[in-house]
Each structure stands twice: as C-alpha cells, then as structure tokens.
Design a protein around this ligand. Structure first.
Ligand SMILES: [Zn+2]
Length: 128
C-alpha cells in the first residue's frame, strides 16, 4: 500500500526546512502547538512538519512510497503504538490511519509533500 514516509529529498527548497527523521520511516501529521498554530513558518516548526512514528522526530518533507506487504491493520498498529509510546491517546489511531490513506490515495509514488498547517501539498514528484 501507499504510505507517507520521511525523506530528505527536496530539503533546502525552503530555507526553514529540516529533517530529523530516519529516511523512509512512516510519518503522521502531528498536533501543532500554540506557538505555531497560525504560522507554518513559526519558531517551533511543528506547523510545517510531519512526525516520525519510530524516531518521534520531525521532518518538513515526506514522500509517498509503496511498501509491499504492509496491511491496513499494520498501519493502524504502527500509529497506535507510536501514539502510545509518546503518551498520547491512541484511540484515534484507526481514524488517523484512514485519513492518511485517503490523503495519499490520489498521489503517485515518489510525490514529495510538504505541510502548511492543515494543508498538505505536493512539492515535487521524483522517480522512486
Ligand atoms: Zn510546535
């Protein structure tokens, strides 16, 4: 299935880009703090970032990748355990997994996306 993953591709396109994630790890769309709530270019950075499910770190660039053998149940479990490890309410994991699947559905594998608060937009499409 197609999944949203961390990438360092296109880093530097914006001068406030950053990538502290592990290349290829699954990411989700984390909560934005009060400081950055109205500004994707805010001082914290969470308004323009995706959150790594394993590293619990952040990146401003994510890539749609096809991950063979990965199931919807695996995806829910990955999100659930990540939320739990970070002390968040994991009961939204299923909902979040569904939203992320819908988000990437119409994008090709190799699409690099960025986040502007609640909007996720394609920055570039690369050969996977
Ligand atoms: Zn923040």
């Amino acid at each position: 299935m197609k999944l949203l993953t961390a990438t360092d591709a296109t880093q530097g396109y914006r001068d406030n880009d950053f990538d502290w994630c592990v290349e290829g790890e699954l990411v989700h769309i984390g909560v934005v703090c009060a400081r950055d709530r109205d500004d994707p270019d805010g001082g914290c950075g969470c308004g323009r970032a995706f959150a790594g499910l394993n590293s619990h770190r952040a990146t401003t660039t994510a890539m749609v990748r096809e991950i063979e053998g990965f199931t919807e149940a695996d995806y829910v479990e990955a999100i659930r355990s990540s939320l739990e490890q970070q002390g968040y309410d994991a009961s939204y994991a299923e909902h979040e997994a569904a939203e992320l699947r819908i988000l990437v559905r119409d994008w090709p594998v190799g699409a690099i996306v960025e986040r502007r608060l609640d909007e996720i937009v394609v920055r570039q499409v690369v050969q996977p």
